[in-house]
Write a protein that binds this ligand. Sequence first.
Ligand code: FE2
Length: 384
Amino acid sequence: MKALNIYNPVKIHFGAGLIGETGKIAKKYSDTALIVTGKNSMQKTGTLDKLVKILKDAGVAPIIFDGITPNPTTYEIDSAAGIARGKGIGLIIGLGGGSPLDSAKAVAVAAKGNIPVWDYLKTTAKEALPVITIVSTSGTGSEVNRYSVMTNTETGEKPGFGYECMYPKEAVIDPEIMLSMPANVTAATGFDVFVHIFEAFTGKAKNAFSSAYCMQAFYLLKDNLIKAYNEPDNIEPRGNMALASALAGLAIDISGVGIMHAMEHPVSGNYSNVAHGAGLAALALESMKYNLNACKKDFMLIAHHFGIKRAGKSDDEYAGSLIEKTKEMLSALNLNIRLKDLGVEKDKLRKIAKEAFDTMGFAIQNNPAEAGENEVLKLLENSY
Ligand SMILES: [Fe+2]
């Protein structure tokens, strides 16, 4: 029997309106905070202004860094870390979707050290400033795990990394903030949740704890993702998807991701306009076909929990019905897309395959079916 070590120290606050508690939470850690966020939605919806007021009312002085782009770069992270160091900031607050939250964790590490954030791919980070995450989408699960993904400004490489000191101290998950999420973001981030569940549940590192998180996340997702997409102002499906995202985030914190994430990172690393979830949508069906034989029982179990009727189907047919069901889900979310629809150039596929190994090799190692660079290239070509 395999030995296990399970650890996740993030204090989770879930509930409508809970952003109002952020002042009290922040004050426990520092009198100064750097808010790490993007340039658009948090301003448009008034969430950023609201947070600034909440912090000031609690006696925490905020500084805003709103330079995080959808695929955050090392330049952006190092710039924010420089501000945090220069101003003697004691707390980093990530506000927004996966990108600002990932960045907040990376900024917290880089602000403590005195080396560029990229160097932490080779050097283990031992300490970081405390981080609070306030999540505005239901997708990456970044709010509850230690991982961060960054794009090298010069090379376009997009690795993920994470150390124990990078766990957020506390996560505020307030579904009211998510009511303003645009439909395409609901779809893409929600499909990311599905892939987290799928890859944590089928990967080589799966175990009883990650599978338990996956199953509950899956139950919530199957009944709520399309509903949240079609009924954007309904807080029930928004809240349930927020829970699914957090649970799936805990699952990948334990068991990691697989080949879809390994291929997607270099796709959106090279094409910064590609949303992570949209890239995954283009890669999912071919990747599932590739993995079917290596984890047929897992496919069948997910198909069962999806409510797909067995009705005389062979094991192969029943496992395959999950791929059909995933295709239907993608259609319902308007995400039935291919790599070429995302603007990826065919002659870049070999570079993307190589980068998948160079920067996300650990995810390929974790994938249920073995794959070399040629198999990854073939998958990319089949998804084109
Ligand atoms: Fe993801």
